[in-house]
Design a protein around this ligand. Structure first.
Ligand code: NAP
Length: 175
């Protein structure tokens, strides 16, 4: 199972101003890329906070929504509400025949997967805006290094950077 973190951030490293800030600042090209990458993967995994910000399942993909309180969500097509751990979610997806999944935030859920060393790659859109406040990509300390795979400008001023994760302590720069 290949897990790719797909996120957008400001040039000062923020993913949102607050925990219900709808990501409408990332630009059209990012939206198109997000749809393409997540549709190719077939699965988006997100936290309850992000799901509530979006307000409905994303069409054409299995939406896995992580919550400690599954009863508070209504069932819907393409929606799997779960209190399972990241490891169990990925093995269940594999059992269902998925070879890849996109992890799509927010900070809390990203941290659960990074802490368990389950994120293989990261595609980050850097938008030419500043918030000066708000959420980072992770909500707790993470120890990982990244290998650059590619970078490109997808619309004027908007850059996408693609990294592979490296968790091996012997190869990490001192942090
Ligand atoms: N820029 C981007 O690319 C991007 C992408 C995604 C999201 N965002 C933004 O990020 C913000 C949301 O991030 P967030 O960190 O507040 O929320 P989040 O990570 O989406 O979801 C957090 C929620 O997950 C649930 N959860 C499930 N398992 C958990 C566990 N083991 N420990 C703790 N919580 C667990 C909890 O809800 P329960 O109380 O239901 O258990 C918790 O409140 C929004 O503003 C959104 O727009 C930005």
């Amino acid at each position: 199972m290949k897990l790719t973190l797909v996120m957008a951030m400001t040039a000062d490293g923020k993913i949102a101003r607050h925990n219900r800030h709808f990501p409408n600042w990332t630009g059209r090209a990012d939206k198109r890329m997000f749809k393409q990458l997540t549709t190719e993967a077939g699965v988006v995994i997100m936290g309850a906070g992000t799901y509530e910000t979006i307000g409905k399942p994303l069409s054409g993909r299995l939406n896995v929504v992580m919550t400690r309180h599954p009863d508070r969500f209504q069932p819907a097509e393409n929606l799997w509400i779960t209190a399972d751990s990241p490891e169990r979610i990925l093995s269940e997806l594999e059992a269902r025949g998925y070879a890849a999944a996109a992890l799509t935030g927010g900070a809390t859920i990203n941290s659960l997967f990074a802490r368990a060393h389950l994120i293989d790659e990261m595609v980050v859109t850097i938008s030419p805006v500043l918030f000066g406040e708000g959420l980072s990509m992770f909500s707790e300390p993470i120890h990982a290094a990244l290998d650059l795979k590619s970078m490109r400008e997808i619309e004027p001023g908007v850059v996408v950077v693609h990294y592979a994760f490296r968790y091996d302590a012997t190869t990490l720069p001192s942090q």
